[in-house]
Design a protein around this ligand. Structure first.
Ligand code: CIR
Length: 252
């Protein structure tokens, strides 16, 4: 069964962390509507949705992808590099344990955020970013090597997370907007897209991807490759350096 983990946006979303973008006004009500529409895309396709308890005191709590990464039956609770985000973990662990997964954690002082982890086949590309450090990458490698995963560290200096720069299509082709990608040559296959919001795709099924409504030319490129493309507006989340991937954890 396909399961989605999400958390509703906090009314304090506008106070979330910003690293590469300037703060602009955020419409919290519109953010809530956009989040509902995002979740509905999955529900309509038969995904089971597990809602984490609201954590309104954590402005960035909606970006749940950063707090847990799942590899087969193993859930790795992360340790965010942003100290303001560590309190989000308290409500993640019990929910993940309730799903019957093995649970491991990145331990202090190492840091790792899920937005830095891009899975392509049995390879986990991990961004060495302002949020994920070498110790976090090593800890993930120690957890994953016995389970047949390869961990490949890649530099991230131009955006917040690795997945703010690149994600992968169902066939494993990595897509990204070149000005935001440190080194596209680390990926076996790389497809450039013309819009910054076009780099973020969520695989809904082997023939369908979900992406931001803000990247119509990138969507057209994916359609020309034979993919169905579902788009949804996430403007208010993009203002906080979020995107379609970071709003959920997908369990398949
Ligand atoms: C942060 O800076 O932590 C949030 N404002 C945005 C997190 C986005 N997460 C992601 O791309 N995985």
């Amino acid at each position: 069964m396909q399961r989605l983990l999400v958390r509703p946006p906090s009314p304090r979303l506008a106070e979330g962390e910003l690293t590469h973008l300037d703060r602009v006004p955020v419409d919290a009500e519109l953010a809530g509507e956009q989040w509902e529409r995002y979740v509905a895309v999955f529900r309509e396709r038969g995904w089971s949705v597990t809602e984490l308890p609201a954590a309104d005191e954590h402005p960035d709590g909606v970006f749940v992808e950063d707090t847990v990464v799942v590899f087969d039956d193993l859930a790795v609770i992360t340790r965010p590099g942003a100290a303001s985000r560590r309190g989000e973990l308290d409500s993640v662990r019990p929910v993940v344990e309730g799903l019957g997964l093995d649970v491991a954690a990145i331990e202090a002082p190492a840091t790792l955020e899920g937005g830095d982890v891009l899975k392509v086949g049995r390879v986990a590309y991990v961004g060495r970013s302002s949020r994920t450090d070498e110790a976090g990458i090593d800890a993930l490698r120690d957890l994953l090597a016995p389970r047949g995963w390869q961990v490949v560290a890649v530099p991230v200096t131009k955006v917040l997370h690795l997945k703010s720069a690149v994600t992968a299509l169902p066939d494993g082709t990595v897509v990204g907007h070149p000005p935001l990608v440190d080194d596209p040559r680390v990926f076996e296959r790389f497809l450039p897209v013309p819009e910054p919001e076009g780099n973020a795709v969520v695989v809904l099924d082997p023939g369908t991807v979900l992406m931001s409504a803000a990247a119509p030319r990138s969507a057209e490129i994916f359609r020309e490759r034979g993919l169905q493309v579902v788009t949804t507006p996430v403007t208010e989340l993009e203002k906080l350096e979020g995107c379609v991937t970071c709003l959920s954890v997908r369990l398949r």
